[in-house]
Ligand binder design. Structure first.
Ligand code: GRF
Length: 201
């Protein structure tokens, strides 16, 4: 199974996936790491692991669709089975979702459908939520919306600051995302409408 990981930033989730592949927990190859940001530290992580990178600046394209079509061309060369969005700060277009239908995953740092969007940890903290968490889900054409694969809650205690909460959430992410990818690679995920069934776990 060939995976493409899409990144824009630090890449700690990418690192967790690289580690899970290299220790044999996920039986797959990370064939390419794609980024919209040439300065993303995630690209350094990929290169250190000997993984090919592909950087495309959205500013060089007229439309979101043109941008995504160029990425699709590259993914086709690598025979990609699964697209993993790991801190990729762009919404993929309908063209892209159609091409890789039910084969795109995202990780989001809240218990969806609460706190969608780019500041989910801070939004949950500022809102005074007593519990928040992490969601891994398939991607459809709406923001933070597709069928949920795995979800894990975390308590927000009165001692927590935004920083300790971020740390707790990232720790869960680094365990949950490789687990979801492993289940996909082992063909244990079956989508039925909004539900993702996990078979023979
Ligand atoms: C993570 O919190 C993820 O849930 C969100 O973006 C962040 C990416 O972090 N989608 P990193 O680049 O993997 O360190």
């Amino acid at each position: 199974m060939n995976i493409a990981v899409f990144v824009s930033g630090n890449g700690t989730n990418l690192q967790a996936i690289i580690d899970a592949v290299s220790c044999g927990d996920i039986r797959a190859t990370i064939a390419i790491v794609v980024s919209d940001n040439k300065s993303a530290y995630a690209l350094t992580r990929a290169r250190k692991a000997g993984i090919e990178t592909f950087v495309l600046d959205p500013k060089d394209f007229k439309s979101k669709e043109d941008y995504d079509k160029e990425i699709i061309k590259e993914l086709e060369k690598k025979d990609i089975d699964l697209v993993v969005l790991a801190g990729f700060m762009r919404l993929v277009s309908a063209v892209f979702v159609k091409k890789y239908e039910n084969r795109i995953m995202n990780i989001h740092p809240s218990l969806l459908p609460s706190f969608k969007g780019t500041h989910a940890i801070k939004d949950a903290f500022d809102y005074g939520a007593k519990k928040t968490g992490v969601t891994v889900h398939f991607v459809d054409d709406k923001l933070d919306h597709g069928p949920i694969i795995l979800q894990e809650a975390v308590d927000v205690n009165k001692e927590d600051t935004i920083h300790t909460l971020e740390e707790k959430i990232h720790k869960i992410e680094h365990r949950l995302y490789p687990e979801a990818i492993r289940l996909f690679a082992e063909q244990k995920l079956k989508i039925d409408g909004r539900k993702t069934k996990i078979v023979n776990r």
